[in-house]
Design a binder for this molecule. Structure first.
Ligand SMILES: Cc1cc2nc3c(=O)[nH]c(=O)nc-3n(C[C@H](O)[C@H](O)[C@H](O)COP(=O)(O)O)c2cc1C
Length: 173
């Protein structure tokens, strides 16, 4: 798929079929995340892969009962590793770089998910503490993005893309 087609195709998909996700595809998604740039190449993040139904159900409640979580075949949870970033970059690493590292990795993963014919949505509305408890995330790591994945239910593909006008968003100097 051409890059411009990929950008056009990537849309939030919130309902998935029951078809399982092939292991090779999951591996490619993780590789895509790892291919993202990161400050000092530290990759100051962790990716948790959730397949277990009981854990999914618990995450569903921690994510304000968003159905995309229940519908997903696999859920990726991206966590910052602020200690790692802080060791090299101090407060800038702790407050900014590890967040950026994790965010870019998640965005790359979403593009590869689309490239592989799968769908996903970025879930940002969740209770951090509950998610950390469910997944036994250590205190130095903070979940910042939850990405449910599955094969898209067909009718979600057709949705129109709405964006702000360029002149509202961009300023030239
Ligand atoms: C930081 C962030 C948080 C988001 N949180 C949620 C969420 O909790 N639930 C949800 O269904 N979508 C969530 N989204 C997805 C957005 O609603 C979606 O990306 C936006 O409406 C644009 O639509 P598109 O992804 O189809 O282009 C989030 C996206 C981002 C980047």
């Amino acid at each position: 798929m051409k890059f411009c087609e990929l950008l056009e195709k990537r849309k939030s998909i919130r309902t998935y079929t029951n078809a399982p996700i092939e292991k090779e595809k999951l591996d490619k998604i993780i590789e895509a995340a790892f291919s993202a740039p990161s400050a000092g190449n530290l990759q100051a993040y962790k990716i948790l892969i959730v397949k277990n139904e009981k854990i999914k159900k618990a995450l569903y409640y921690a994510c304000l009962e968003q159905n995309s979580i229940l519908s997903a075949q696999i859920i990726l949870v991206f966590c910052t590793d602020k200690e790692q970033s802080a060791k090299k970059y101090g407060t800038r690493g702790e407050n900014l770089y590890c967040l950026q590292d994790a965010t870019i990795a998640a965005a790359y993963a979403q593009l590869e998910i689309t490239n592989l014919g799968l769908g996903s949505v970025w879930i940002g509305a969740f209770e951090d503490k509950k998610v950390a408890e469910i997944l036994k995330i250590e205190s130095g790591k903070i979940p910042i993005a939850i990405i449910p994945i599955g094969y898209p239910v067909e009718n979600e593909k057709a949705r129109e893309r709405i964006r702000k006008a360029k002149n509202e968003m961009v300023k030239e100097f």
